[in-house]
Design a protein around this ligand. Structure first.
Ligand code: WQD
Length: 326
């Protein structure tokens, strides 16, 4: 099968492309390069530069490469930015998806894997988030991912597509230093940045109802996440009309303080954090139940927090060599 991987020049997409080709699938990357980097696309994998909003370009790419499946990762993903630019997020993430589904159906695509997010759950008040936990997104970003799932399910059912919506939890780590996330928007790179600047990492609130008072999240290695895409793509093969909606996490919580402690230990730094006010909209605890993905995909995360930190740190050092000196 040939898969169009939108956002394949991005941080997560580049890992998905490698996992898919390593598993013997053919891949074509479709990316507008707004945040993606052409250097992340492996040799031998065609790169089509274009927006998912450009239906004609998508249709041509699907026909030119005889695509039969789509893995759709191209999207805007900054929660805070989505609050100030909701129309932009709805256009890019929802309208871009609608155009892509329309093009896919007309071009004979049979399988569609959609990159969703734990952000669809908002502030879940449960110990473990299952796929049945109510979806009450807290940001336009989360709303666009939930609306995206609705679109995928409805359009998939109408066109007889097999579809999967993968709800990523907190993604971290890298396969190689040059594939690491270059953005500084999430906890691990934000800790790295403070250490590099000789400053204490920040804890946003230490009065949450959690064991050490700091927020707990379910971090997943991008290599495991990429393997989940391969497993989903396989599960959709020859399954017209099937829809899978799956949490992709480890089912284990790590607090902000625990993460800072491990980063200090693994990077040779020793900076105690300072406590800043809570960040608005932060849930105390978000941990996936990963059972459904284990049953449906026979997939389970294999990498631990230390592997995420050390691989992300190698990528960070590549761009910030001075960070190595505590
Ligand atoms: C994790 C925890 C912070 C930085 C977001 C999106 C989600 C997904 C992943 C996209 C929180 C705390 C952070 C710092 C801190 N996005 N923190 N000090 O908010 O769980 O999830 O990113 O696809 O949809 O909502 O991730 O990495 O921003 O924060 O204390 O310097 O770390 O308050 O509790 P989050 P995060």
């Amino acid at each position: 099968m040939t898969w169009l991987i939108t956002g394949g020049a991005g941080y997560i997409g580049a890992h998905v492309v490698r996992a898919m080709t390593a598993a013997g699938e053919r891949a074509v990357v479709y990316d507008d390069l707004s945040t993606g980097l052409p250097g992340r696309v492996p040799d031998g994998v065609p790169l089509v530069t274009g927006s998912t909003l450009d239906g004609e370009r998508v249709v041509r790419a699907l026909a030119d490469h005889e695509v039969t499946g789509i893995v759709h990762l191209a999207a805007k993903k900054q929660v805070a930015e989505s609050v100030s630019l909701p129309l932009y997020y709805y256009r890019e993430n929802v309208e871009g998806l609608r155009v892509l589904l329309d093009a896919g159906a007309s071009a004979g695509v049979r399988s569609f894997v959609f990159s969703s997010s734990a952000a669809v759950y908002g502030m879940p008040d449960v110990n473990l988030v299952t796929e049945e936990t109510p979806c009450l997104p807290m940001s336009p970003y989360g709303e666009t991912k939930l609306a995206g799932e609705w679109l995928v399910r409805a359009a998939g059912a109408a066109a007889g597509l097999a579809t999967a919506c993968l709800r990523y939890f907190n993604v971290a780590g890298a396969a190689r230093p040059d594939l690491a996330d270059t953005g500084v928007y999430n906890l691990i790179p934000m800790i790295f940045e403070k250490l590099t600047d000789g400053l204490p990492p920040r804890v946003f609130g230490d009065d949450y109802p959690t064991p050490d008072g700091t927020c707990v999240r379910d971090y997943i290695h991008v290599l495991d996440l990429a393997e989940a895409h391969v497993a989903a793509a396989r599960a959709l093969r020859s399954a017209p009309g099937r829809n899978l909606t799956l949490n992709i996490g480890r089912g284990e919580g790590v607090s902000v303080r625990e993460m800072i402690d491990r980063v200090n230990a693994l990077t040779g730094h020793d900076r105690r954090p300072t406590v800043s006010p809570r960040r608005p909209g932060d849930p105390a605890r978000v941990i996936a139940s990963a059972d459904r993905a284990a049953v449906e995909l026979n997939w389970k995360a294999r990498h631990d927090i230390d592997a995420m930190i050390t691989s992300a740190w190698s990528g960070w050092l590549r761009l910030h060599p001075s960070a190595a000196r505590p």
